[in-house]
Design a protein. Structure first.
Lengths: 365, 285
């Protein structure tokens, strides 16, 4: 296992005409579980392939511990990888697939056999050994893919969307499985995904990417509660963050936020900024669906009018979509909440949970 | 009523199929029959359908006309050229499928070499091999006129473009993730090609090899121009029965039967794969 250090990675195609990775610097500590999160096309796969050595760097440096890796071919990097499409060798049975990485090192057959038996015992896949990949279900295939990556002690363990092709139930089972694997083995892991829920659930730290750059690196808690900009705020969390474009007005020595004439509470975090009179005129109020309360009657706190669009009862909670003027918002309400489509409701935003962003730059205030 | 109507339709349809089949298969049937006829019955009018079969024609072909040599030549030439075609072709088409050198222009250029007719290049080939045969290099590899090496080279050159195009589509179908995985598993590029890519491309390579074999086996023009006796191929041998004394129909038919049998066998056994290989190439290429 090793520390992985990326310094100003850059990857361009077509002689610099298009770029996949603009400037990525990242350090993954020894034994850390790092998730690389972003939508498709954000450069996370290219970053991962550069770490694995499958793609050449246009610029930048890669270090495993203190070793400079740029010129080392994939086979010299000792990177284990689990692929989105499993990438099992179709002509070989499961046993031979598992043995494949050890065969290249000339490991004695007895040792290979022992290692395979250890791995299948961990994966509980003993009865798959004789099967060809074509006869495996998708869940079994990925189990074997995982097993093959576990056959040796890698510097880095990379997982590229390993469970995105599995069905929902299997996905959540594999997710906890992977997390437990990391707890037991303490490998340095890089988990590439577009699914924020997976990243949140699994990783020690998350690196969020957008158009070729790392936007924020932090623990799931930091990312969730302290997003650096609107992109991160909108990407993480389900149902997603609500955004309201508000006007900040300076009146009688204090700030007032209004949305289409309705008052919006000034967030606690912005009080200090307001003191310094440093708020821009156009701000975006962001609040997660859990921190909005809806009531049928207007009151001091419930001051924002809205109309119910749809109601989705989830059992343990009810997701209510409302239209507040032109903005669609989602609220997670307790299951007892009785509303129906078309109802007029009044919303209360919890001031301590409101985040403020500059509308022009998208940056957190 | 209805059942009898269907039966009439079925009978008609089968009768029609039989008729078409007979039209198509008649030449082959007649060749087969002729090869067993005694010499005096070959050209009788009206033709005889009932006669006493004889092996004289086969005996003549193998003993007088040295067909054993022609078959041996053809096997060696077809086998060697197919081996070369597959060796060079698989490496080339793999490169095109993975690295696309020349942005498709080189690949297209390779195909264009197949667009000219054989007769257009047979004279240059003749001159090249005539001169090559006089050099030490040419003598070492038997590249002169009426030598086996010359035909091996000629067939390889002529077959390679088609083989590259056919195998190109097979290689393109192999997911790159498998190669990535193997490279991370500790193998270099050549090992990845040999251990992961080739086994997966095996059906495509087999189809290509069969087409290459068939071409070399059935080829006539190059064999006719570039050989005289020692390197004579089987198709040229068949044509050799047109002598100044007339056409020896019986031995010619016997030789023709020997000529088509191996490829007919291959085609029958492997027709499923060959059709797949052809449509595969057609759709992708």
């Amino acid at each position: 296992m090793a520390t992985v250090k990326l310094q100003h990675l850059r990857k361009t195609y077509d002689r610099g005409k298009t770029w996949a990775v603009n400037d990525v610097s990242l350090e993954i500590a020894n034994g850390e579980f790092m998730a690389l999160l972003g939508p498709s096309g954000c450069g996370k796969s290219s970053t991962m392939r550069m770490i694995a050595g499958l793609e050449e760097l246009t610029a930048g440096e890669i270090y495993f511990d203190e070793r400079f890796m740029n010129r080392v071919p994939p086979r010299g990097r000792n990177v284990a990888m689990v692929f989105e499409t499993y990438a099992l060798y179709p002509t070989l049975n499961v046993y031979e697939n598992l043995a494949f990485p050890l065969r290249s090192m000339g490991t004695p057959e007895a040792e290979i056999q022992k290692r395979i038996h250890d791995i299948v015992a961990i994966l509980q896949a003993e009865d798959l050994l004789e099967l060809k990949p074509a006869n495996l279900s998708s869940g079994q295939s990925q189990l074997v893919g995982l097993g093959r990556a576990l056959m040796r002690q890698p510097n880095v363990f990379i997982m590229d969307e390993p469970i995105s092709h599995l069905d929902t139930r299997l996905r959540s089972r594999m997710r906890s499985y992977i997390k437990r694997l990391h707890i037991d083995l303490k490998y340095t892991m890089l988990y590439v995904t577009h699914d924020q829920e997976e990243a949140m659930a699994l990783a020690d730290r998350i690196a969020i990417m957008d158009v070729g750059n790392v936007v924020q690196i932090g623990t799931p808690q930091e990312i969730f509660h302290n997003p650096v900009n609107m992109y991160v705020a909108g990407f993480v969390g389900e149902p997603p963050m609500n955004f309201l474009e508000c006007a900040a007005e300076h009146q009688n020595g204090s700030y007032h936020l209004t949305y289409k004439g309705s008052p919006v509470p000034l967030p606690t975090v912005a009080a200090a900024l307001a003191q310094k009179q440093a708020l821009p005129r156009d701000v975006v109020v962001a609040i997660r669906p859990f921190y909005i309360d809806a009531a049928h009657e207007r009151s001091e706190s419930h001051s924002l009018p809205a109309q119910v669009f749809v109601v989705e009862p989830m059992g343990d909670s009810t997701v209510i979509s409302v239209n507040a003027a032109e903005t669609r918002m989602q609220i997670v309400a307790p299951p007892e909440m009785r509303v129906k489509d078309g109802d007029h409701v009044w919303l209360a935003l919890e001031p301590s949970r409101i985040l403020l962003f500059d509308k022009q730059t998208g940056i957190r205030l | 009523m209805q059942t009898s109507k269907i039966t009439v339709g079925m009978v008609l349809r089968h009768a029609l199929m039989l008729l078409v089949l007979m039209i198509f298969l008649f030449p082959i049937y007649w060749m087969l029959v002729t090869s067993f006829k005694p010499a005096q019955e070959v050209l009788t009018r009206p033709p005889t359908f009932v006669f006493e079969p004889t092996f004289d024609n086969y005996r003549y072909a193998f003993e007088q006309a040295d067909f054993t040599l022609f078959i041996r030549n053809t096997v060696v030439i077809a086998g060697l050229s197919t081996l070369l075609v597959i060796s060079f072709g698989s490496l080339a088409s793999y490169s095109f499928a993975r690295y696309n050198p020349g942005d498709g222009h080189i690949l297209f250029f390779i195909l264009t070499t197949r667009m000219m007719p054989g007769i257009a290049v047979v004279m240059p080939f003749f001159l090249i091999f005539r001169d090559l045969g006089k050099t030490t290099f040419g003598q070492l590899f038997a590249l002169g006129l009426d030598q086996i090496g010359a035909l091996v080279v000629a067939y390889t050159v002529f077959n390679l473009p088609f083989a590259i195009w056919l195998m190109y589509s097979f290689f393109q179908d192999i997911p790159t993730e498998l190669e990535h995985s193997a490279r991370l598993d500790g193998y270099n590029r050549l090992q990845v090609f040999l251990r992961v890519v080739l086994p997966l491309a095996a059906p495509g390579i087999a189809v290509t090899a069969i087409f290459s074999l068939m071409f070399a086996w059935n080829e006539f023009l190059f064999g006719y121009i570039l050989t005289r006796d020692a390197a004579r191929t089987i198709t040229v041998g068949v044509s050799g029965f047109q002598t100044q004394q007339g056409i020896l129909w019986g031995p010619l038919a016997a030789a023709a039967v020997v000529c088509i049998l191996p490829m007919l066998g291959v085609a029958l056994v492997l027709q499923r794969y060959m059709v797949r290989g052809l449509t595969f190439g057609a759709v992708r290429g």
